[in-house]
Design a protein around this ligand. Structure first.
Ligand code: IMP
Ligand code: MG
Length: 168
């Protein structure tokens, strides 16, 4: 553990949150096929756990977007499936300002999916810049920087099983 790291959400709590999200999604999409769209890299661990708990037919795809502060969102890797007429879920590990999500939503909507909703493990609404709200939220947290379970600080911490925040 690095200096200043405070345990925030344990792997057991994460597992519980992911199971509850999967149950809600299964109930809402019964009889349907899903396309899970995952923005790299932070959502990789979350989607790996979530997709195994959702017992519905599904296709997984990845996008890689960057949104440096003060600059517009850039596409490093676009999606590769056709989402027209599909039930699409964007799988985010955390939503902060909402810039990447807002960009991705408009881009996917332009392909006319049958439906488009957003799942996030963590929601940090305090510094939201754009009016965007996730449809499924694991937990709403304060405006603290967190790492672990896919989330990083300069690439450190993605592989941690638990989530930590930093003392301010
Ligand atoms: P935004 O919603 O466009 O500000 O950016 C969301 C993305 O920024 C997330 O998908 C994460 O990759 C990253 N991010 C936001 N807050 C945190 C954090 O507290 N820890 C690690 N990454 C974060
Ligand atoms: Mg992300």
């Amino acid at each position: 553990m690095r200096d200043g790291m405070i345990p925030s959400i344990s792997k057991d709590e994460i597992n519980e949150m992911v199971s509850e999200l999967a149950q809600d999604i299964e109930r809402d999409y019964e009889g349907k096929e899903l396309v899970l769209v995952c923005p790299l890299k932070g959502s990789v661990l979350f989607v790996a756990d979530l997709c195994r708990k959702i017992k519905l037919p599904q296709v997984i795809d990845f996008v890689y977007l960057t949104s440096p502060r003060g600059e517009s969102v850039r596409i490093i890797k676009d999606i590769s499936v056709n989402v027209q007429g599909k039930h699409v879920l964007i799988i985010e590990e955390i939503i902060d300002a909402g810039r990447t999500l807002s960009f991705l939503k408009s881009r996917l909507l332009a392909s006319f999916p049958a439906s488009l909703k957003v799942v996030t493990l963590l929601d940090k609404p305090a510094l939201r810049e754009l009016a965007i709200a996730p449809d499924y939220v694991g937990r709403t947290i304060e405006d603290r920087f967190v790492i672990g379970y896919g989330m990083d600080m300069e690439e450190i911490g993605r592989n941690y099983s638990d989530i930590y925040n930093f003392a301010q």
